[in-house]
Ligand binder design. Structure first.
Ligand code: FEO
Length: 394
């Protein structure tokens, strides 16, 4: 049981050895499912629960915290890593009500078969008194499902933000200790989960601006005793500004594409463009996602597999398209044995991006001198576009 303020405790669970989320997202440092117990002078509330795999540990923590009675189970988000224990906790506290918004109520009924009479719904901005403590519910949809909301505990100036501002990191420390490490984990989390919803987040940041927040308590990762760390980071990540950087993600079967990529990376580097290079055979998708947060340009490299892109390059394109980074420019480099439709199939997978596409550079077989000249021209064009867009000073 870890204390944030008088009668406010973190009672969730660290999942130290979880290595994958959604069977997709790498978790190099595990994760946590934070749940918070707020004991008012009259009522007690539990804010979120944990992944169903860890229900037993949550129950142990509640017993140790002396939570003999819980009146309200606040559900910020229906995803099972926070809601999955609700059915068991409702059995444990038969008089408790699930307090959430109408959309989340519907999703909890769909996903967890919770009976309708166990709910009390709240509107945006509505308050709930626990006696000497007051919870205020703030709708913050799309961080990262449409029903998500936060809770503001006014008396203690704590914002309970659920996924919003979170980081996948298991830790024995309640609060952020190593700011650089948490910044990296939070950026990885933002890139993988929040990046497509930048415009919604801009609205949420405005909504939160009047609050004098002393602590941000997310449902993954450590609590921010210095909220400026994560608020400033989010302001940067959701801005329209991109950096003088290029993400180059490639796969190569017989080294033609690899030779081109290596030459191209040198060409960009000589022109002062910072490069994030990923060989897709061995890439940590989280690192690729992080690099997409800031980069002005994305280049995909692929050989022609049968008549289309290599499946690993197509997978990367699908991922980039789903994450919807603020990238301004994109292109394809690669090779073919005889012919094919690799470049157009690959760029066809990037339909969500608002990018200007460069002409692809494709070698037939081994790259020729002419192909290397085209790569120099592409690097020069990227530099020129970055200058033209004011991304780098002329
Ligand atoms: Fe941590 Fe969207 O669940």
């Amino acid at each position: 049981m870890r204390k944030l303020a008088e009668q406010v405790y973190e009672v969730g669970v660290q999942h130290w050895d979880r290595r994958l989320f959604d069977e997709l997202i790498p978790l190099p440092d595990g994760t946590s499912y934070n749940a918070y117990l707020v004991k008012g002078s009259e009522k007690t509330a539990l804010l979120d629960t944990v992944d169903p795999e860890k229900t037993g540990e949550l129950v142990d923590h509640l017993v140790r915290a002396g939570a003999e009675k819980i009146d309200y189970l606040i559900s910020h988000h229906a995803e099972q890593d926070h809601s999955g224990s609700l059915p068991d906790i409702l059995l444990m506290y038969p008089d408790a009500k699930v307090v959430t918004n109408p959309k989340c109520k519907g999703m909890l009924m769909d996903h967890l078969a919770i009976e309708e009479d166990r709910f009390e719904t709240v509107e945006d901005g509505q308050t709930l008194s626990l006696g000497d403590k007051t919870l205020q519910f703030l709708y913050t949809p799309w961080v990262h499902w449409p029903e998500t909301m936060c809770t503001w505990l006014a008396e203690d100036r704590i914002l309970f933000s659920c996924d919003f501002f979170g980081s996948h990191q298991a830790s024995s420390s309640l609060y952020v200790e190593n700011e650089a490490m948490v910044y990296e984990a939070a950026k990885r989390y933002f890139a993988e989960i929040m990046m497509p919803f930048r415009s919604a987040i801009r609205g949420h940041m405005k909504k939160l601006a009047p609050l004098e927040i002393e602590q941000i308590a997310p449902s993954h990762g450590p609590v921010y005793g210095n909220p400026g760390l994560i608020l400033d980071a989010y302001r940067d990540w959701i801005s329209d500004a991109v950096k003088h950087e290029a993400v180059v993600a490639y796969v190569s079967m017989h080294h033609s594409t690899k030779k081109m990529i290596e030459y191209f990376v040198d060409a960009l580097t000589e022109r002062g463009v910072k490069v994030h290079l990923f060989n897709l055979i061995e890439t940590d998708l989280g690192k690729l996602a992080i690099s997409l947060v800031d980069a002005a340009t994305v280049i995909l490299g692929s050989p022609t597999f049968l008549v289309g892109p290599h499946p690993d390059a197509a997978y990367a394109a699908l991922l980039v398209n789903a994450l919807r980074p603020k990238t301004r420019f994109a292109g394809v480099i690669g090779s073919c044995g005889w012919a094919g439709k690799m470049p157009e199939q690959l760029t066809g997978l990037l339909g969500n991006l608002k990018v200007e596409l460069f002409e692809p550079v494709i070698a037939k077989g081994l790259p020729s001198e002419q192909d290397f000249t085209e790569l120099d021209k592409l690097a020069e064009k990227i530099l020129a576009k970055h200058k033209e867009a004011g991304i780098v000073s002329v």
